[in-house]
Design a protein around this ligand. Sequence first.
Ligand code: CAA
Length: 382
Amino acid sequence: MPLDQETREQLISSVRRFVSERLVPLEDKVARDDLVPDSVVAEMRELGLFGLSIPTEYGGLGLTMEEEVLVCFELGQTSPAFRSVIGTNVGIGSQGLVMFGRDDQKNEWLPKLASGEAVASFCLTEPGAGSDAAAVRTSAVRKGDHYVVNGTKRFITNANRAAVFTLMARTDPQNKGAGGISAFFVPSNLKGITIGKPERKMGQQGAHICDVVFEDCHVPAQCLLGQEGQGFRVAMQVLDRGRLHISGVCVGVSERLIRDAAKYALEREQFGQKIAEFQLIQAMLADSKTESYAARCMVLDAAKKRDAGESVTMEAACAKYYASEMVGRVADRAVQIFGGAGYVTDYGVERFYRDVRIFRIYEGTSQVQQLVIARNLLKSLG
Ligand code: CAA
């Protein structure tokens, strides 16, 4: 059920206030410490941010996709590392359970995920299975009432904080393709699970990604999500949704960078005038604004279609492709407008420039989105 207009506006304005008053002042500290403080995480829990997408009967806000992307437009107005703290509970960590879980699984986990008491991560990627997600080698062999899981998952967001994993593993060794993969919802405290150290990264300090290693881990059979062999479909449907969420964040970041660059251009003087008066600066601002606006419209349209029950695999890929490439160009122009000040750390623009680079890679690279778009387009005509 969509929120009524007044509640929706209240939600958006409370997130906007939280971002500008609490998160923006902490951006530099979070980047230096590579940590979002516990006090901020507690405030995020209070605001209900961990449960944006989780149905109300489990204590979440039960937002529609359109409402969720409107919140993403606000969360994008600060360092993406903050969004990452709640991102897996809202998206890829929880949505397999929401869409495919049994009632007992949902009753056990969704209230904890909605409140932020427990964090969920999404274990798909492996050293040999990145863009080729169907190449998963992690095995899950059925032995009586449990599966024995072996394998390594890579670049898993929030794994070091996770209480539970949405895990994709191969249950049918004879089937090397997508149909041999099953999904599980696995507590992280089982014997045989080791979490690696957070990777050092180009950007988004404060957001952590780690290896998750399964060694003869006995996963109870009731942890299976959906049916055996359905795991790839679970992963793809979760990603269709996640790609819209990420697109919304890209739009938010672009709006922040355009605002910062325009304000700077209105202050900075060269050749005896504000640089905002130069048409070459104006052209960069105009290009950024046009592209950001186009992405905003695209994301909202795809979100509304999804809410109306349409399959949006192609539209979500279009949005992710365009919005993530767009924010890269906007960040590049922002650095250019700031000039030397954009290259030093004090102004934070270079940090955003590094932060946004991953948007073109995670939850499907731009090249994977191109593949998905073209395949769906051709299928619809063929
Ligand atoms: N919804 C439902 N089903 C889908 C689907 C979708 N969106 N996409 C594919 N499927 C189904 C297909 O219909 C097909 O089913 P049938 O065999 O019954 O026909 C099956 O899944 C296999 O589909 P494909 O033949 O299209 O599969 P493929 O091997 O050619 O791969 C791909 C397609 C688009 C390249 C896919 O592998 C992909 O999306 N790769 C990118 C993976 C990705 O995004 N990884 C990011 C990991 S998460 C992350 O980054 C976050 C983090 O924590 C860091």
